[in-house]
Every structure is written in structure tokens, then in C-alpha cells.
Design a protein. Sequence first.
Length: 157
Amino acid sequence: MNIGDKIPDVLGIDQDGREIKSSDYRGRKLVLYSYPKANTSGCTAEACSLQAHKKELEASGYSIIGVSKDKQASQKKFADTQGLEFPLIADTDTTLLQSLGCWGEKVACGRKTIGTLRTTYLVNEDGIIEKIFTPKEIKTKIHAEQILDYINSVNKS
């Protein structure tokens, strides 16, 4: 997906077994982020950064939704262990990841694999993508600050 595209309505099932739809968030903005694997160091740092700044993001009108290929039980354990208070979609068949364009070839330790490309989409109140943070841009430990810096720079314009 690209800036200006509308995200799918059915996003998937979260860690608590709830169906998450983008239409449930109409009138609110979204931080929709994909991550490779729950309970790994980089993904934990990113999720904890978002959780630590959840109130600031909400004050800017944003709700947070995470998505990975992990099973629902893994997402639940991740959310419970890290105290995450936002939906984590268990996209085990990669339907959402593929439709967003964040499932593909990546290189780790010189080895090519197919998997989740760490990506963040800022989505407006109508479900339209307004900003994409690519894998090379994302700094997991301070990702929420990156998002807030972007939001603040847009609001100043």
C-alpha cells in the first residue's frame, strides 16, 4: 500500500479473539504497525515504546494496532508479559501483512528470507494512509518518539 490508499476494513483477530475492523476506528486516527515476531528484542522495544507513549498518541487522536504472523496465543502472551494495552492482530496466514505490502523478502545476517517487514502506517480518520515509516527508518527503542515528532511537525505546518 501507498500513501493515499485505504486500509482494508477487516484487519483480523486480536490477542483476545476479537475481530478488529478499521471501520471500528472511524473518526480516529491509527498507528498500524507490523513487526516480525512477538517477544523478540526489537519487537519488544518497539511495542514498549508505543505503550509508554500511548497517552500522548491518544491525545493526538491516534489509537495503536499491532500486527504480526504470530498465533493468537503468542500475541496474548506478548501483550500480557509487556503490559500492552492495544490490539495485536494474529495474522497467521499473512493476509493483512500482504495486503499492506509489508510481507516480503528481507536480508538478515546475509541470508535472504521471506517475512514481515517492520513498517508503520499512520492512518487518518477515514482509513487513508497518510504516512509510512519504512523498515530502514524505524528505530525500535524510540519509535513512538519518531511518530510523535512527525505528528508535531505536521501540526506546526
